[in-house]
Design a protein around this ligand. Structure first.
Ligand code: ADP
Ligand code: MG
Length: 693
């Protein structure tokens, strides 16, 4: 296979556009994209036609507007290219109008009350900054999805707005440092994706995996991850074959799949792409997750993207590597070599420190989900407390800037912004802490709180927006400064002084950090139910409105969708547990108990004294009773949850009452599992699932 030949073969990317579009059309399209202007319909017609011809050559028969509604996954509705001719035949057509705008019936997508059902129409509009691609014989056109009155009903629209916000604000700063007028700024992202691969036969036997994506029962296997022999271990042949096909499928779509390896937990793996602009990275990550699942099926496997498929075993996350770069190719989070570079870098760094401190709640909310609640703070993922890791050297540099002391004995000078060289620091030194939620890794930040199943859109929307906000404040001050260098220096010093509490280089898994963070006044929003309402805090609404990222109505609707989703997910999990406990687990325990009793009776008839079967049956009978009671208790509270009218209160009830009842049922069922003969256990155990691929 020739990788460079298949790479992007299914994407209508820049290479294809250059090749297939008339020069003027190509230039008009590029200009419309860079100036964020709508494309004239005549031009759109030409682009649409070229896209269609290309797609048909690749075997496509249909097209779809591909969008990202609030379900967290992607949506598509396929239309064929056919158009009838008077002679009774068909020709293949695709117009500029069809490319630019679609009007799917939107009534069944979550809107959080934004769109009343009598106005069920929504529309999708083409996002020309992300390449169209062919998937399963369909030309997919990346689109944004809005209500008929223009409110965002998707994840792409706010992300695009946030990218535009950061571009405008970062440009103001760069111009103050002498950048040319036509500079553009964009954020870049490389999301590392973790996942589990299990056998499809095992999956099919477990209702919990089928309905909830995670196991709700399961005793610890004799061997877990304690030997740490899976991490970076030799990849098994079946998994190798899977990864190979996955890479190829992703490459065809123009996705820069780069690194693959085994992760810490048994059956856990990771894929990392090469970074690209945030918008494309987001689309590509959605596609990656979809392709991961699809390719797995072909190999008799199932790819689990849930944050915590197995209790007691590491869950899966997604590391969002994020940076900012200018159109001249310069990474703005690279400390650089000259004093001017250093000053600019320190200003950007200050903006991040301030932004993360002031909007800890938003970053926490962007990773809030019932699945991720199992990970954050569970000593396998960062705590629910947001903090920044900078490494000792960079922290010392900031300290010297703040206090004005000398850092380099040989140079015998204090760090003066814009004048002195920053002492070089080792990049390696910045990447050792794996416990930090937000770590500086040399020339980018790695946000590690995301769960594996998440769309990365919300996190990056928030990162971009809070960063735009801080840059705009700095720009306001600097643009009016009498003495640029003095003001710059003052801003950086002040920011470090006021916001250094957010910097923490120690072990984020340590209990002591929780106490220390509390002393520092940092937020610790432990659960999704705790975190979500903060999105409605006045400061947050103001922030989003200032940059037109979300309107107040859009924020409210998102909160409602998320809080309702939380309760729904837990409710499905509770119902699945009840079903499995009643229909599978209890009958299994009971059947085995009967076998034991029969054996004991037989022994008695033969006058064999002290049948251990009888003792075991008594113990199991006790477990069965516990299961019965715990099932009843869970049933009662699940029923009660439905009667809590207020959405927020209901979510809290699920968190505080239903989840503990689920845990109680699981505990007794898992105990029974360890005592029940294997042939009676109704579904594959952890040992079987985790070690069979
Ligand atoms: P690490 O070893 O620290 O995880 P890597 O160099 O392996 O770092 O990169 C991890 C991820 O970060 C990759 O997906 C990579 O493409 C991405 N990345 C690297 N540089 C940047 C950048 N400037 N912006 C965004 N992501 C980046
Ligand atoms: Mg990494």
């Amino acid at each position: 296979m020739n990788v460079s030949e298949i790479f992007g073969s299914m994407a209508f990317n820049d290479v294809v556009m250059r090749e297939r579009l008339p020069k003027t059309t190509y230039r008009q399209l590029k200009r419309a994209i860079s100036e964020n202007q709508p494309l004239p319909i005549e031009v759109a017609n030409v682009v649409a036609n070229a896209m269609k011809d290309w797609a048909i050559e690749k075997g496509a028969t249909h097209f779809t507007h591909w969008f990202q509604p609030m379900t967290g996954i992607t949506a598509e509705k396929h239309d064929s290219f056919i158009s009838p001719t008077p002679e009774g035949g068909v020709i293949m057509e695709f117009s500029g109008k069809e490319l630019i705008k679609g009007e799917p019936d939107a009534s069944s997508f979550p809107s959080g009350g934004l769109r009343s059902t009598f106005e069920a129409r929504g529309y999708t509009s083409w996002d020309p900054t992300s390449y169209a691609f062919i998937k399963d014989g369909t030309l997919c056109i990346p689109t944004a999805f809005c209500s008929y009155t223009g409110e965002a009903l998707d994840k792409k629209t706010p992300l695009l707005r946030s990218m535009s916000a950061i571009n405008s604000q970062a440009k103001r700063i760069l111009k103050l440092f002498g950048a040319s007028d036509d500079i553009e700024v964009t954020t870049t992202v490389g999301p590392e994706q973790e996942y589990f691969l299990i056998d499809k036969e095992d999956y099919d036997k477990r209702k919990d995996l089928i309905f909830t994506g995670r196991t709700l029962f399961g005793a610890k296997p004799p061997k877990g991850q304690e030997l740490e022999d899976h991490y970076f271990g030799t990849i098994k042949p079946r998994v190798v074959a899977y990864m190979k096909e996955l890479d190829e499928e992703l490459w065809k779509l123009g996705i820069l799949a780069k690194t693959k390896h085994n992760e810490v937990a048994p059956a856990q793996h990771e894929l990392a792409p090469i970074y690209t602009t945030t918008n494309i990275a987001t689309d590509h990550n959605q596609l990656t997750m979809e392709v991961m699942k699809k390719v797995a099926k072909k190999h008799g496997l199932v790819c689990l993207l849930h944050e915590k498929p197995f209790a007691g075993i590491n869950g899966s996350g997604k590391h969002n590597n994020w940076s900012i770069s200018a159109s001249d190719g310069v990474n703005l989070l690279n400390p650089g070599k000259s004093p001017e570079d250093n000053a600019q870098f320190l200003l950007f760094l200050a903006a991040i420190i301030k932004g993360v401190d002031e909007y800890q709640d938003l970053l926490r909310i962007s990773v809030a989900s019932p699945g991720n609640d199992h990970r954050l703070g569970a000593n396998e993922a960062p705590p629910a407390i947001v903090s920044i890791f900078l490494g000792d050297e960079l922290t010392e540099i900031l300290d010297s800037v703040e206090k004005g002391y000398k850092i380099d004995k040989r140079k015998r000078s204090i760090m003066r912004i814009g004048v002195d060289f920053m002492p070089p620091f080792a990049k390696d030194n910045t990447d050792r802490n794996r416990t930090s939620p937000f770590a500086f890794t040399g020339n980018k930040f790695e946000f590690r709180m995301l769960g594996s199943a998440f769309s990365i859109a919300a996190t990056n929307t928030i990162l971009n927006t809070i960063f735009a906000e801080e840059l705009s404040r700095f720009a306001d001050e600097l643009e009016n400064a009498m003495d640029f260098n003095a003001t710059l220096s003052e801003i950086i010093k002040r920011t470090i002084r006021e916001h250094k509490r957010i910097i923490f280089n120690g072990n984020g898994y340590d209990e002591a950090w929780v106490k220390e963070a509390e002393k520092r006044g940092l937020l610790n929003l432990k659960s999704t139910a705790d975190a979500l309402p903060h999105i409605l805090d006045e400061k947050n609404v103001r922030l989003f409105e200032k940059f037109n990222v979300y309107s107040a109505g859009e924020i409210k609707s998102r909160y409602e969708i998320l809080i309702e989703n939380y309760s729904k997910v837990i409710n499905i999990e509770a119902n699945t547990m009840l079903n499995m406990a009643k229909k599978e687990i209890f009958p299994a325990v009971s059947a085995y108990t009967k076998e034991l009793m029969d054996a004991a009776t037989a022994k008695k008839a033969l006058k064999i004294a002290n049948a251990p079967e009888e003792k075991l049956a008594a113990l199991l009978s006790e477990k069965a009773e516990n299961i019965y009671e715990a099932t009843k208790a869970l049933e009662e509270v699940t029923e009660k949850a439905h009667s809590v009218a207020d959405e927020q209160k209901r979510a809290e009830y699920y968190h505080e009452v239903v989840i503990p009842a689920m845990e109680a049922l699981r505990t007794v069922a898992d105990e029974a599992e360890t005592m029940t003969a294997e042939k009676y256990w109704p579904f594959p155990t952890y040992s079987k699932i985790l070690f069979s691929v």
